[in-house]
Design a protein around this ligand. Structure first.
Ligand SMILES: [Zn+2]
Length: 488
């Protein structure tokens, strides 16, 4: 064993092993990789530059998608008058336990006349305002989105997955027909699927939520569900169709082509910084993160290796010769000149999950080569610097694909098909993962599954397939094919 490998293993020892304690591993990785940290406010997190850059990559990708289909960004206040919040009964009932209120303000802490809610989501304030901008069918559709943060007073917190404040986008759209709004919710689900699969390399199940899991006030909720390496599912985004529920509560109406007054149909949809947590849990290993190249803040790291000043000068000149080429090719790279030993640098970048590392010493400089190591296979390959940018672009694409295929294989191995509640209970006593089964649609039975199978819930209903068998609980003819899992 070389000295470098020993140092690397020493460093990795500080990290809890994923197989020993997944929860601690998760928190260790996020903090050591400098992605996020807890703040002075209980349950509220600081997203550090390395984690925020991943969120920015997601933001850019999704923002491009929605702009392409005619959506516009805007901004609403952080605080919501109580009367706005109270108008949609089912909605407020769903959110009431998690709302934080501002009741005092000013130097002398004067009591406000009416408490103001810190937005848990903005349907209510947008609903109350947008009716000013909608009069005629010619004003529709209104396709809007805002990038912001919201506050939900959660009692249990986990970095990125559940925190009292999180960052997200909330889309809100208003339409002249039910079909158009239904199509909109579906269109966004497709974008979300692309973010999860094409950008984060996390394969997802997509479909409808069961009535018990539907967003408060929605007619239906579409969802995407990924599988994490501990076998738990993670809801990675939701898209809601409201019918006329919000339009009725907030009186959002328009005059249609026959000059009759009609209520709008609306949708809302969101993805959040939780997605950054998903890539940690879906791809990481005992050495740390593995970041998909498309969202990686650093795609390629260069580690110069030298013993003396002469070696350093030689290596530096060599690297300067081709580093500009990488930049021109749009490859996000960094040369690590920090005053650390190479072995420590290797471990550092492994922990941070940088997809490709290039080791460059004086002998490589003489030969016109670099040593390339990828974070997935850890194989070392000598690569000529001629045509390096093209080679790296190909390698990064291949890395992205391999990461997705690995996650797909994991999902396949951890997905079963079962027929009865007894089988489901027995399965989840030993395993995680997804279980496909068939269900009659009875809500009491849905609650029964949750109680008997230790918190297992219906993650999604597959709307494309027609069940032919019996309900797993009551044995009557099934109406839905559903995926069950324990979830975050
Ligand atoms: Zn049943």
């Amino acid at each position: 064993m070389t000295q470098e490998t020993e140092e690397q293993q020493d460093f990795v020892k500080e990290l809890t092993k994923m197989s020993d304690d997944f929860d601690r591993w998760y928190t260790d990785v996020i903090r050591k990789a400098e992605m996020a940290d807890w703040s002075g406010v209980r349950g509220m997190m600081v997203v550090r530059p390395y984690g925020w850059a991943m969120w920015e990559a997601i933001q850019r990708a999704f923002d491009d998608m929605i702009k392409e289909s005619g959506h516009e960004n805007w901004a609403f206040p952080l605080l919501i008058p109580r009367e706005y919040l109270m108008k949609e009964a089912e909605h407020i009932e769903g959110f009431a336990p998690e709302v934080a209120w501002v009741t005092k303000a000013g130097g002398s802490m004067e009591e406000l006349e009416e408490p103001l809610a810190v937005r848990p989501t903005s349907e209510t304030i947008i609903g109350a305002i947008i009716k000013r901008y909608i009069q005629s069918h010619r004003d529709l559709p209104k396709l809007t989105n805002q990038w912001n943060s919201v506050v939900r007073w959660e009692m249990r917190s986990r970095l990125f997955l559940r925190s009292r404040e999180f960052w997200w986008q909330e889309g809100h759209t208003f339409h002249a027909s039910a079909q158009e709004a239904i199509d909109e919710a579906q269109l966004i689900l497709g974008y979300y699927r692309s973010i999860a699969e094409d950008w984060l390399a996390v394969p997802v199940l997509v479909g409808k939520k069961s009535p018990a899991e539907t967003f408060p006030g929605a007619v239906h909720t579409l969802t995407l569900e990924g599988l994490m390496r501990d076998g738990l599912a993670l809801q990675m985004g939701t898209s809601h169709y409201f019918g006329q529920n919000f339009a009725r509560a907030y009186d959002i109406a328009f005059s249609n082509k026959d000059n009759e007054r009609e209520l709008c149909y609306s949708t809302s949809w969101g993805i959040s910084t939780r997605l950054v947590g998903s890539l940690v849990m879906a791809h990481g290993d005992d050495s740390g993160l593995i970041v998909p190249p498309r969202v990686a803040p650093i795609q390629v790291v260069v580690v110069p290796i030298f013993r003396d000043e002469e070696g350093r000068t030689k290596v530096q000149r060599f690297i300067d010769g081709w580093a500009r080429e990488l930049k021109a090719a749009g490859i996000r790279h960094r040369v690590d000149w920090r005053d650390e030993r190479p072995g420590d640098k290797y471990a550092h970048w492994e922990l941070k999950g940088v997809p490709i590392r290039l080791n460059v010493g004086p002998r490589d400089a003489d030969a016109g080569n670099v040593e390339m190591v990828d974070r997935l296979t850890r194989q070392k390959v000598s690569v000529p610097v001629t045509g390096l940018a093209v080679r790296l672009t190909d390698e990064l694409e291949a890395f992205q694909r391999k990461l997705f295929e690995r996650a797909q294989a994991f999902q396949r191995v951890n997905t079963s098909e079962l027929g009865t509640l007894d089988e489901v209970v027995a399965h989840f006593r030993e395993h995680g993962g997804f279980v496909w089964t068939e269900w009659c649609g009875d809500t009491d039975e849905e609650a029964k599954i949750k109680t008997e199978a230790g918190g297992v819930t219906i993650r999604t209903i597959d709307s494309d397939s027609q069940p032919s068998g019996k309900c797993l609980v009551c044995g009557r003819p099934a109406r839905h094919r559903v995926a069950l899992a324990k979830a975050y």
